[in-house]
Design a protein around this ligand. Structure first.
Ligand SMILES: Cc1ncc(COP(=O)(O)O)c(C=O)c1O
Length: 384
């Protein structure tokens, strides 16, 4: 008999900042739900994707892909050139990311040191908190008001102390609320001069159809604090599967600094070509945004008709509160093949975010939700 091999050391302590992090909750995908719940079809309303897909111009842009896949992607010059023209910004201030979430990680990697104060809102897009905490940042979260709006006085109070970075999404995810021009200006003016201001505009295309949605870059340009505005091709442009987003920065110096923590070939050639194609299909983007906004208001009326509190939203999603915990609600919806996002942040565990899908998907979600809420109410009556 062979001697027993020596025990293998399989464990090594990671940095304490990482050990403390909760895992990011990306939710279940369609195939996982089919096999785990035994359902034949799934309605995926958990990730705020564009159910109408990207513009047809993306297909044409990807036609030459096979000829290029054997080579590393060339410098992302063409896409940055197009974005610069579209945004009227110098190319040297634009940074591409493997999804904007990669840039959300690069920012604290470059700018947040252990102990630095970072301010954001709650409920929030989880990575705004996790990525700053991973670098040892001390994140202070400012809750939205009872009416689910940004709490401007509380945010101003939070940024009026020494602070390294302010980061929040406008419109917010998951709430959907929007900060208008006057409030945004007041918040920025309250930040210390050396505070990095990051405005995440992942849902900008949905919000900008509202006349009150501010032009954050113009407001930021008119003052002296450093800033970054984040955008993505994952939402209105329908390219979530290809992973591409970008940052506009207040200076080439910030773009160069982000370049130091950027993986050299961070955006792949398919994503670059598709994004170029998407920029040529803006009419499709505008049409699908308009349809989604219409559907969102139909969905809001129905949810309010169920007696639910629904937050104001300019995004492609709605955030609503139920009497049953959102984890339990999500589980019951999954049994019928409907994926939503139950909120897990403390204080919001009875809130759920649902993305606006195609009309038939929204109808299926509403029908299943109505049954689930009814049977929960019946159970409560019987138990009373
Ligand atoms: C507010 C916000 N920012 C950034 C992202 C990340 O988007 P991307 O797919 O570009 O990484 C999301 C995705 O849901 C989001 O909601």
């Amino acid at each position: 008999m062979l001697p027993e091999p020596p025990p293998v050391r399989t464990s090594i302590a990671c940095r304490p900042e990482i050990a403390r992090l909760p895992p990011y909750n990306a939710g279940l995908g369609t195939e996982a739900v089919k096999s785990r719940y035994g359902v034949a079809s799934v309605v995926k309303l958990g990730s705020n994707e564009n159910p109408y897909g990207p513009p047809p111009s993306v297909g044409a842009a990807l036609a030459g892909l096979m000829e290029r896949v054997a080579l590393y992607p060339e410098a992302d010059l063409k896409l940055r050139h197009m974005l610069a023209a579209e945004l009227d910004e110098p190319e040297g201030r634009i940074v591409l990311g493997n999804g904007s979430e990669q840039i959300i990680r690069m920012i604290p990697e470059a700018y947040v040191s252990p102990g630095d104060r970072v301010v954001t809102v709650v409920p929030s897009f989880g990575l705004h908190i996790l990525d700053a905490e991973a670098m040892g940042g001390v994140v202070e979260t400012v809750p939205v008001t009872e009416d689910c709006e940004f709490d401007l006085p509380a945010m101003i109070a939070a940024v009026s102390k020494p602070i390294r970075m302010l980061i929040f999404a406008n419109p917010s995810n998951p709430v959907g609320c929007m900060m208008g021009e006057t409030d945004l200006r007041a918040l920025i003016e309250a930040c210390p001069e050396n505070c990095l201001i990051v405005v995440d505009e992942a849902y900008r295309e949905y919000a900008e159809i509202d006349a009150g949605y501010p032009e954050a870059r113009a407001i930021l340009r008119a003052q002296n604090r450093p800033w970054i505005v984040l955008r993505t091709f994952s939402k209105a442009y329908g390219l979530a599967g290809l992973r591409i987003g970008y940052a506009v920065t207040s200076s080439e110096e910030i773009a160069r600094t982000l370049g130091l923590v950027r993986d050299p070939f961070n955006t792949n050639i398919a994503a670059q070509l598709a994004a170029i194609g998407a920029l040529q299909g803006l009419e499709h983007v505008r049409d699908t945004v308009a349809q989604t906004a219409c559907e969102r208001e139909v969905m809001r009326e129905r949810l309010e008709g169920f007696g639910l509190h629904v937050a104001p939203s300019l995004g492609n999603f709605l955030f609503f509160r139920t009497a049953i915990p959102s984890g339990e609600l999500a589980e019951r919806l999954l049994c019928h093949g409907v994926i939503v996002k139950p909120w897990k942040e403390a204080g919001y565990t009875d809130w759920t975010r649902v993305s606006i899908g195609l009309p038939a998907e929204n109808a299926r979600f509403l029908a299943v939700l109505s049954n689930v809420l009814e049977s929960a109410a019946t159970r409560e009556t019987l138990e009373a």
